[in-house]
Design a protein around this ligand. Structure first.
Ligand SMILES: Cc1cc2nc3c(=O)[nH]c(=O)nc-3n(C[C@H](O)[C@H](O)[C@H](O)COP(=O)(O)OP(=O)(O)OC[C@H]3O[C@@H](n4cnc5c(N)ncnc54)[C@H](O)[C@@H]3O)c2cc1C
Ligand code: FES
Ligand code: FES
Length: 1359
């Protein structure tokens, strides 16, 4: 094509197939292109903002200058299709399939049980696949780094790591390398770093003792490592030769794409870019699109003209000079990292100070998928307040080369360059060409600091870059640069503090005098955006203190200072341990004599794991579009309490593609749902009571059109008074949903009289977002005849949705069929809220007579659907000197939000469980559901139990701190022993609970590790270790007996294949797999003959929710019943023809007119609870367990790492140990999130701030305990459930609290060093800010705290 020509053609490849597109819409991202246009639905939507990794694909490009192909993992949700010219995209479908050949990456995650709901699995697979394309023999560190940008809400990550560990050449135990295990030798094999007897230097734990024991004794493993496909590079798609030819031809022309609202120009020369920028100074330069993309998606910013110079080679040049390196502004973070690593290797150490500091920040900046596309120039120009690079670039005296038409200039990156939030000195027409990073000089040191809400894949809360130059041969400071991020609208400098230090010797007195100056210089207003003001200010001091200590040690090593840092101070210099050790899972062999074909009790892969790992598994939004289908977007309230004056949707209706607007007036039947006796409007009509309440909905031909339509709806409100947000406000205003519940045993007055001491305290447990990876999704299809509706949705309770839709449409339930193929995670959040969303969608389908799809975006889901109830508890406890608790009285207040939902049931469960493992003779509790103007909370795994049990454990902790004893001692003194009775008079035997407790103590070596920890804490002032062991007693089943029933339908077809239907929904918990095992045992046929297609309200009617850890108990029994019926019917045929086969008996049965279809039914336990009399039998039985966790805490920043976790669980005889262990690990990690990192924040006017993974931090791989052992208690029986098993879905979540309590233990140690003893207030979640401030270091004490009430805080303080 001749010079000056433009092209509207885009050429790229997907999975080896050429794609040519003309006039692509610049607003189309690769994710929606793959899913909607190419029908490649394996790549998933989890957040749309680069934060979850569900959309990971591999992007390959030919690099002309090196003649190599580069492969990198990227987030398809942020990658504009317009940028794909010349690229090859590989999706999960492109690497292997169940129909052709699996790729080992797919097979291993599945076989290692690393796929539960499977929604995150394709993303994990693609991240790992890309790593192997670049490095076929990765280390464990490579794997954990690669998966840092991928979130999973189900598995707890351990099985994923174990599956992928099989790609590493070296395994954990010395024996795995082929040698005899060193444990059999007399002394540690010092020359082998893998020796099992050596202690890991990072964690202080024995390297691989249990793993080695495992190998030695031939114990059972969850998957067979010898039965795995080898990695075969010939299986990989080759890079398309056509793209190589295209790249080498150099025939590139400017591309222009015009969409509905945006024009995209992709020039190929710098001159063109400069020219375009001169003509369109307002146009953004889109490179990685990781900033501009978020603005356009989430803030609704529209850029009608976009310049994308990602093919302009000048922006990618790297030039090395003796004075430093010039790096093209278009280089990605990954490329930058590679260049810097090269320089660190080649330069003398004194010259690479800035490079190393930058590398340190780059290691934690975002996740790999973002680092692979986000550019250096983009990061600088975006001028984020908490950019990780800018403070270091400023400290390192780096400069920018900036070009515009006819002008080129150099700009120093310093405090003057950053002029405000997202603003710099750059003129609108200027672009950054390159960044110059000078080498450091002798005597000059550069360091970087960073603290983030999660160790990986999280924007920093505060970061810093610091540079000091000492007078040669002395400790006198000649130059100093201190730059901070996260403490103001942009990167800030601290020149006055520097002046205070310059000219003085590097000594404690110098620094001590500087702290007040720093505090004054970086004041951070009490109302500052982002909140956590005291913590952020404390971090500015902590970083300076760490810098001081680091330089002190450096000067000592150089011989400039006479004395090394004292040993205990050096703890501030060390990082936290991060080396994963092999984990261990112990379970029992099946009983002797069990036939080999009988799968009960054996580990068996999730029945859909392979489909999930190949992207073939169909989730709701993966269903193909139907003819005439519409998309629905909800319009939600922006007011927390207001009258609706008017809804004007005329502007919306005028927009392209908008078909209709649905309001409450369109609902033909009931306009509300009734729960706990109270009603909840589907769509608000007259009044709104929270921000996020659904008011109306827009339906349009496409999702973008319906979104634009929704944005155009204008609602006029009149504010109403008396907004209530917090529990305290609700108590003051007596704003409750009745009834209050109360329970007790013994006599409180007497109990308190018997006590030697009385203590009162309070604790808060924050709420929790479900963060199921698949957001709420549904498709309602009117059949077009007799008012029938087919509804495909992601719910735990299809019958409830069926009933809700029927009532809403005023049609009988027999016209509504709900289908649930699978659910991409639910955790309690897909019952009531889904029914309401499905009802609204059904109204839209009813009114328009067209299929309507609703798939919530992550932010909408988080805003609308609520989560776990936050709890405030006040308690009074009486205890004796010997640790015996004589009385405890607790008042629980839950924040229910604006509607009752299941809150009354939650407060009941709180009161039924708050005794946990303890027999406190005089025990009393009251529980209230507070009505507030926040989005309504709902069921969440554990249903109030994780909250109430933490209250009880905190009471125990307080008693221990008061008495100066360990919490475990106080726990043991107060535990139930012998035949016991709960406070609601249910009899039980705690023997297995005590066995779990003792076994856990033994397995974790609790006692000896406590001693090690005490010694560690004595030797380390700024790192503290803590340990805690907690027990659990968890009631399984529904307290309302009718919910414990289940039904099933089993068909046998003439070829002998069996179709099983039951009432439970598969949401990752492996229910269908266990059911398949049950049917296999009962029918005596292999599982391969048994299929479960979906949960369908017409196959099995009137089902109960899949919840309360009761799914297998109930549905398993119903399926067993149906199978028994069928098996018995076949008995005469078997007797007549004992040598016949299953298939022959089935054929005979048909010929003899024996029905091959049977229903099964399970009545369930007749549980009940009488709240008047405060007694009952609300549970079928109890599941027991214990968990011991050890953590290491950085007291100066609040960062921590779980060093080791040991869990012992009594789950009876496990039906499937791999699934049960997966449930334990996943729930535990969800608990870790609840108690340590997941924090919902609301603005003072009730607007939820935390609406995506960017702000809300669920655990990632970096939060997995470095050693994570699970033991299933042997020799236990459970006569109350199928095959003597026990329910396990929920109980382990509470065990995450042992991390919280271990952190509290570590904090207590830090406080002792600060001269503080006794109980202290420590609320959940133990986020870094709470933990750091609780340590009460000399630095946190310096931060002035504004008096509450004297300022408007950025966020509501503890809703
Ligand atoms: C999930 C996620 C996590 C993240 N975590 C971190 C983190 O931990 N630490 C951190 O520091 N950052 C983090 N970021 C921010 C990320 O580093 C920046 O968004 C990125 O560096 C911006 O580069 P880009 O190429 O994507 O810019 P784009 O989004 O393409 O552009 C951003 C802005 O920069 C301008 N621009 C880009 N290049 C030039 C140029 N050469 N000349 C002039 N103007 C230019 C554009 O006009 C635009 O205004 C994260 C982002 C995401 C999405
Ligand atoms: S959907 Fe792309 S990162 Fe979450
Ligand atoms: S299996 Fe990872 S999110 Fe469900």
């Amino acid at each position: 094509m001749a010079e000056g020509q433009e092209s509207v053609l885009l050429t790229f490849y997907i999975n080896g197939k050429k794609v040519t597109e003309r006039d692509v819409d610049p607003e189309t991202m690769l994710l929606s292109y793959l899913r909607k246009r190419m029908r490649l639905t394996g790549t998933k939507y989890g957040c749309g903002g680069g934060g979850c990794g569900a959309c990971t694909v591999m992007l390959s490009r030919y690099q002309v200058h090196t003649r190599t192909v580069s492969h990198c993992a990227v987030n398809a949700c942020l990658l504009p299709v317009c940028q794909l010219q010349g690229a090859a995209v590989t999706t999960v479908e492109g690497i292997g399939s169940t129909k052709t050949k699996l790729h080992p990456v797919q097979e291993r995650i599945a076989k290692a049980h690393g796929s539960q709901c499977g929604f995150c699995t394709p993303g994990m697979v693609m991240s790992m696949y890309t790593l192997l394309r670049n490095n076929p023999q990765p280390s464990m560190e490579d794997i954990t780094e690669t998966l840092a940008g991928n979130l999973c809400r189900c598995t707890g990550y351990r099985p994923i790591l174990d599956g992928y560990r099989t790609f590493c050449e070296v395994s954990g135990c010395c024996q795995a390398d082929g040698a005899k295990c060193c444990l059999n030798a007399n002394s540690p094999a010092e020359n082998s770093p893998k020796c099992c007897q050596l202690k890991d230097k990072d964690t202080g734990l024995a390297n691989g003792k249990e793993a080695a024991d495992n190998l030695e004794s031939g114990r059972l493993e969850l998957f067979d490592k010898d039965d795995l496909l080898p990695l075969d590079p010939t299986q990989d798609l080759i890079f398309p030769p056509e793209l190589i030819r295209m790249a080498e031809s150099g025939e590139e022309v400017t591309q222009v794409f015009r969409g509905e609202r945006v024009t995209w120009v992709s020039p190929v020369t710098l001159e063109e870019v400069v020219e375009l920028k001169a003509r369109h100074p307002e146009a953004p330069i889109v490179m990685g699109n990781t900033n501009i993309g978020l603005d356009m998606k989430f803030k609704g910013v529209l850029h009608p003209f976009i310049i994308s110079p990602s093919r302009v080679s000048d922006l990618f040049e790297v030039t090395h000079k003796p004075q430093g390196v010039s790096i093209g502004a278009g280089c990605s973070m990954s490329v930058l990292r590679g260049v810097l690593e090269g320089l660190v290797r080649s330069l003398p150490p004194e010259q690479s100070e800035t490079h190393r500091a930058l590398l340190q920040q780059l290691a934690n900046l975002a996740g790999p998928q973002i680092r692979n596309v986000a550019t250096l120039g983009g990061n600088i120009v975006s001028a984020y307040p908490n950019s990780d690079l800018n403070p270091v670039l400023a400290a390192g005296n780096c400069t920018l080369t900036v070009v515009s038409k006819g002008e080129r200039r150099e700009i120093l990156i310093n405090e003057d360059f950053f002029t405000g939030f997202g603003k710099t000195l750059l003129k609108p027409q200027e672009i950054v060409l390159s960044v110059f990073i000078p080498v450091s000089q002798e005597g000059e040191f550069v360091r970087a600091f960073r603290q983030a809400p999660r160790k990986e894949n999280a924007l920093a809360t505060v970061n810093a870059g610091m540079r000091v130059r000492f007078r040669l041969g002395s400790s006198v400071v000649e130059e100093l640069g201190l730059f901070y991020g996260g403490v103001g609208p942009c990167t800030l400098a601290a020149p006055k503090t520097c002046q205070q230090i310059i000219g003085r010797p590097w000594a404690e007195e110098t620094l001590s005098a500087a702290y007040p100056v720093l505090l004054e210089e970086i004041p951070l207003d009490s109302s500052a955006p982002g909140g956590r003001v005291a913590f952020r200010r404390a971090l500015t001091l902590s970083f300076l203190f760490k810098f001081y200590l680091q330089m002190h040690q450096k000067l000592a090593e150089m011989g400039v200072l006479a004395e090394n840092l004292p040993q205990d101070m050096r703890s501030a210099l060390k990082g936290l341990p991060n080396h994963f050790l092999p984990s261990y899972q112990e379970f029992q062999e099946v009983l002797e004599g069990q036939p080999g074909q009988d799968p009960i009790g054996r580990p068996m892969m999730h029945r859909s794991a392979l489909s999930q790992a190949t992207g073939e598994a169909v989730y709701c939004d993966d269903m193909p579009h139907t003819q005439g289908e519409l998309f629905l977007t909800l319009v939600t309230s922006t007011k927390s309490h207001a009258k609706i004056i008017d809804i004007d949707f005329s502007a919306a209706l005028a927009l392209p593609g908008v078909v209709d607007v649905i309001t409450a007036g369109d609902i033909p039947g009931r306009k509300f749902r009734t729960l706990s006796g109270l009603t909840e409007e589907l769509l608000a009509e007259k009044e709104v009571t929270c921000v996020g309440q659904m008011v109306c909905a827009v339906v349009a031909d496409t999702k973008p059109h319906s979104k634009r339509g929704a944005a155009a709806v204008r609602i006029t409100y009149e504010d109403l008074p008396d907004r209530v947000f917090t529990v305290e406000e609700a108590i003051k205003q007596k704003s409750f949903f009745g009834p209050q519940r109360e329970i007790g045993r013994g006599d409180m007055t007497e109990g308190l009289k018997m006590a030697d001491h009385i203590h009162e305290g309070e604790i808060r447990i924050g709420g929790q977002e479900h963060f199921y990876m698949e957001t709420q999704s549904m498709l309602v299809v009117p059949v077009g005849e007799e008012r029938e509706m087919n509804v495909y949705l992601s719910t735990q309770h299809p019958t409830y949705c069926q009933e809700a839709i029927a009532e809403t449409l005023n049609i009988p339930s027999n016209r509504v069929t709900c289908h649930v193929k699978r659910v991409g995670g639910a955790f309690g959040g897909k019952v009531t809220k889904t029914s309401i969303l499905a009802s609204i969608t059904a109204v839209a389908a009813w009114k328009t007579e067209r299929p309507v799809r609703l798939v919530l975006e992550r932010g909408e889901d988080m805003l609308i659907t609520g989560g776990r109830h936050p709890v405030l508890a006040h308690y009074k406890v009486g205890y004796r000197n010997d640790g015996r608790i004589t009385a405890a009285d607790v008042n629980f207040y839950t924040n229910a939000g604006n509607t009752v939902d299941e809150s009354v049931l939650v407060i009941e469960k709180i009161l039924l469980h708050f005794d946990n493992a303890y027999n406190i003779p005089n025990f009393h509790g009251r529980s209230n559901a507070c009505k507030t103007n926040l989005p309504s909370n709902t069921a969440f795994r554990g249903f109030g139990v994780p909250q109430c049990m933490l209250v009880t454990e905190s009471i125990i902790d307080d008693v221990a701190l008061k008495l100066g004893r360990t919490a475990e001692e106080i726990r043991e003194i107060n535990m139930y022993r012998g035949p016991s009775m709960t406070h609601y008079k249910m009899e039980f035997n705690p023997e297995n609970m005590l066995r779990c407790w003792e076994e856990c103590k033994k397995r974790s070596c609790l006692e000896s590790r406590r001693e090690d920890i005490a010694q560690f804490n004595q030797q380390n002032r700024w790192k503290k270790r803590g340990i805690a062991q907690v027990p659990i007693k968890y009631g399984v089943g529904f307290a309302d007996g009718f919910l414990n029933q289940a039904a099933a339908l089993v068909h046998i077809f003439l070829d002998g294949s069996v179709l099983v239907s039951h009432g439970g929904a598969e949401m990752g918990q492996g229910l269908h797999t266990k059911i398949q095992q049950v049917a296999s045992r009962e029918l005596r046929i292999p599982t391969s003959l048994i299929h479960i297609s979906e949960t369908n309200t017409h196959m099995v009617p009137n089902t109960c929710p899949s919840a309360a850890s009761f799914g297998t108990d109930a549905n398993g029994m119903a399926v067993k019943d149906a199978c028994e019926t069928l098996y018995t019917r076949l008995e005469p045929l078997r007797t007549r023809n004992p040598k016949g086969t299953w298939q022959s008996w089935i054929k005979d049965a048909f010929l003899e007119k024996i029905s091959l279809s049977a229903t099964g039914y399970y009545r369930g336990h007749d549980t009940h609870m009488d709240w008047e009399r405060q007694e009952g039998q609300p549970y079928a039985y109890f599941t027991y367990g214990a968990c011991c966790c050890e953590v290491e805490l950085d007291c100066l920043t609040g960062d921590y790492r779980t060093v080791r976790t040991d869990i012992v669980f009594d789950i009876g005889r496990s039906i499937n140990p791999s699934i049960d262990i997966g449930q334990i690990e996943g729930a535990f990690m969800q608990g870790v999130g609840l108690y340590t990192s997941e924090e919902l924040t609301f603005s003072p006017s009730g607007v939820l701030y935390t609406r995506g993974p960017g702000q809300y931090k669920i655990p990632a791989i970096c939060d997995v305990p470095l050693k994570f052992n699970i033991y299933l208690l042997p020799g236990t029986q459970n006569p109350h459930a199928i095959y003597s098993s026990k329910g396990i879905g929920e109980p382990a979540l509470f065990l995450g609290s042992s991390v919280f309590l271990a952190l509290k233990d570590a904090v207590a140690a830090a406080r002792r060093d600060a001269g503080l003893s006794g109980p202290f207030q420590f609320h959940s979640p133990a986020t870094a800010d709470r933990t750091c401030l609780a340590c009460a270091s000399h630095l946190t004490q310096m931060v002035p705290i504004s008096k509450p009430g004297t300022f408007q805080p950025w966020a509501i303080d503890s809703p």
